[in-house]
Structures are given as C-alpha cells and as structure tokens.
Design a protein around this ligand. Structure first.
Ligand SMILES: *Cc1c(COP(=O)(O)O)cnc(C)c1O
Length: 355
C-alpha cells in the first residue's frame, strides 16, 4: 500500500482511477475509449456539462459567473488574467507570497503596471503578509490562496474594494469559499481536482471585454465562454477524470465535509511535527497550510535517513521543494486520514530509532 504525498500531479481517489481505467477501454458502453471519442459527441458534451454543473454546485458559484476548462495550466493564467482584466495604461496589484505568486507578478509586468502591495520574501516566504493597503485605482488585486511550495495558506479572504483574483490551484475544493467575493478564480486541475491538462477558471462575466486590448482569440476568455470551453479541442481526459473526482466529492458530502476532514488531517500532522523533537515546521503557525505541510529535521544529517524510512513504509513524494528543503507532505482531498496516520507512525518510529 502506497500513500502519495506528491504536490502535483496529485493523488486521486482509488475508485476514480478504477472508473477512469474502465472508460479508457469502453466509455459509457459506447464501445469507444474516452481517449478517442469526439469532443463534439453528445457523450462528451454531457461530460463537460456535468463537470461544469458539479463545480457550480460544490462551490455554490452564483449566476453571473462563467466556468471554463482551459489548457496551458495555471501558468497560462498568469498571462491571461492581466491580458483580460488590465486595461491599457492601467495597473494591477499583487501580493507576493511565494514562487507562484512571483511568477504571476513577473508575467503581469510584461503586460502592464504592477504594484506589489506586500511580500514575505524577506523570510523565504514563511508567512502571509497582513495589514497592507490595496490601491483603489488598480484594476484588480491578485493573491495566491495556498502557497504549494512554502506551505502557507490565506484563510481570511483579503478585503478589497477592487475585484479580487485568486490562484487557488492547490486548495480549490478543499474548503468553503464565497465565490461572490471574487472577480476571477483559477486553478490548475492537477493539485486537488483531477489529472494535469485542464485549468479551471471561474470568472465574473461583467469584468470582461473592458481593457481596450485586441487579444489573440485563444487568450481571450470571451470566445471560450461563448463556446462552452470548446473553442478548440478541450483536454477531454482531464475534464472527464475531474468530473469523476467531483462526483466522488459530492458523494462524500461536498466541500464542507471534506473541509472538516482536511482540518483533522492537518492538525494530526502538525501536532506530531510540534511534539516530535526531531522535526520542526517551516511556516509560522497561524499561516500553516492545510494542503502542503512543510517541515525539516532539526538535525540536517537526519534528512536522508527519514526519507529512506518513509519510502520503506510506502510513503511517497515527501521530499521538499528545493527552495525550502526538508519535507513536504501534500495532504490533498484524496489523501486519507490513514495516510496521515502512516506518516505520523513513521515519524514516531524514526524518533525511537534516533534517541
Ligand atoms: C502548481 C502551481 C501552479 C502552476 O501550475 P501549472 O498548471 O503547472 O502551470 C501555479 N500556482 C500554484 C499555486 C501552483 O501550486
């Protein structure tokens, strides 16, 4: 039995893998594989419609917002967001909380004026800046809700009189959010929603078409909205498996139910990190992510040995990102409490062996 703590592509429920593997051979009794069906077939149109419906239901997306499944990953959104929301000559505001936030800032600067309202680069992004001012004359305010690499998360939605834009790639569907607080939300599927290939975008329609820019069609949200995410060939398999995963989440009771599980999983792991004298967390306590738990050994010499023990116990993907070091346990929706308990057991076993 393996437990996959990888940051992305991520673990998905075993039954989703089962069902997806069936559909690769024979999708919905069509006698065709999901990998070969036309995206214009009525069968796939039903998949796209259900995927959208499930997102709308699970996140209570209000009317006036469109839901898209695009390609190019969250990284493409780093450019599409300013291209679609930042008027010629205007400016945008960004919060710098880590690698992905910095990349979003870098791309926006190629398109227009950017004000970075605050940054936690001074401590290698161990905390979420608070008490900053957002310029009211900016077109939008962008922040990264969960910092996948540094293990910090923004739990309180920033107050902003201008449209809020959030990269929720690694905590979408892990906890309740109020979509109406946002102008635009985006998330690469492969962290907590499905396999790599699709990117979810939820956008408030009234914000679009106001920049005065002429965009290449593929970078313009409006043609994608008009075509129901089928302006060009969508990532059929990624959308299909995302749908299966969204069904799984709905059957479990939805976002509120999974949020409670995620709180328990994160608490269980952080409690052990704080109790075990061999380990310590890297993020400040109040901003600790519930999705990506970053920690190190007190004694650097223990690092490789713990990774070896973890591997022996079937715990995969725990090596930390190179910019933080140590370990990162990604405990996304599909990682069960028994997976977290197996990691805690390994940490306790390691403590016994080394004290
Ligand atoms: C992984 C990640 C990205 C990049 O996603 P791609 O789909 O690989 O472009 C962006 N933002 C966050 C928060 C991420 O975790």
């Amino acid at each position: 039995m393996k437990h996959n703590f990888g940051a992305g592509p991520c673990i998905l429920p075993q039954e989703v893998f089962q069902e997806a593997s069936q559909a690769v051979l024979n999708f919905n009794d069509t006698g065709l594989s999901i990998l070969e069906i036309s995206h214009r077939s009525k069968e796939f149109e039903a998949v796209m419609a259900e995927t959208e419906r499930l997102v709308r239901e699970l996140l209570s997306v209000p009317t006036g917002y469109s839901i898209l499944f695009l390609q190019g990953g969250a990284s493409t959104q780093f450019a599409m967001v300013p291209l679609n929301l930042l008027p010629e000559g205007g400016k945008a505001a960004y919060l710098d909380t880590g690698t992905w936030a910095s990349k979003a800032i870098k791309e926006a600067k190629k398109i227009g004026d950017v004000t970075v309202v605050a940054s936690s680069a001074d401590t290698n992004y161990t905390y979420i800046p608070k008490n900053y001012d957002v310029p009211t004359d900016a077109a939008y305010f962008h922040y990264t809700s969960n910092n996948t690499i540094f293990g910090t998360e923004v739990f309180e939605t920033p107050q902003s009189s201008i449209p809020l834009v959030s990269d929720m790639s690694s905590d979408i569907l892990s906890r309740k959010i109020n979509v109406a607080d946002y102008g635009l939300i985006y998330a690469g599927a492969q962290k907590n929603m499905g396999p790599a290939g699709a990117t979810l975008v939820i956008v408030k329609d009234e914000l679009l078409g106001k920049t005065g820019r002429t965009l290449s069609t593929i970078f313009d949200y409006q043609p994608h909205i008009a075509a129901g995410s089928m302006y060009n060939t969508p990532p059929v398999f990624s959308v299909y498996v995302s749908m299966l995963n969204l069904r799984w989440l709905k059957n479990k009771g939805g976002v509120e139910v999974i949020e409670q599980e995620n709180i328990i999983k994160a608490r269980t792991l952080y409690d052990e990190i704080d109790r075990n004298p061999l380990f310590k967390g890297t993020a400040v306590k109040e901003d600790r992510s519930r999705m990506n738990v970053t920690f190190v050994t007190e004694d650097k010499a223990h690092e490789a040995a713990f990774l070896d023990l973890a591997k022996e116990r079937g715990l995969i993907g725990l090596k930390g990102h190179r910019s933080v070091g140590g370990f990162r346990a990604s405990i996304y929706n599909a990682l069960s409490i028994s997976g977290v308990n197996a990691l805690v057991d390994a940490m306790q076993e390691f403590e016994e062996k080394n004290s």
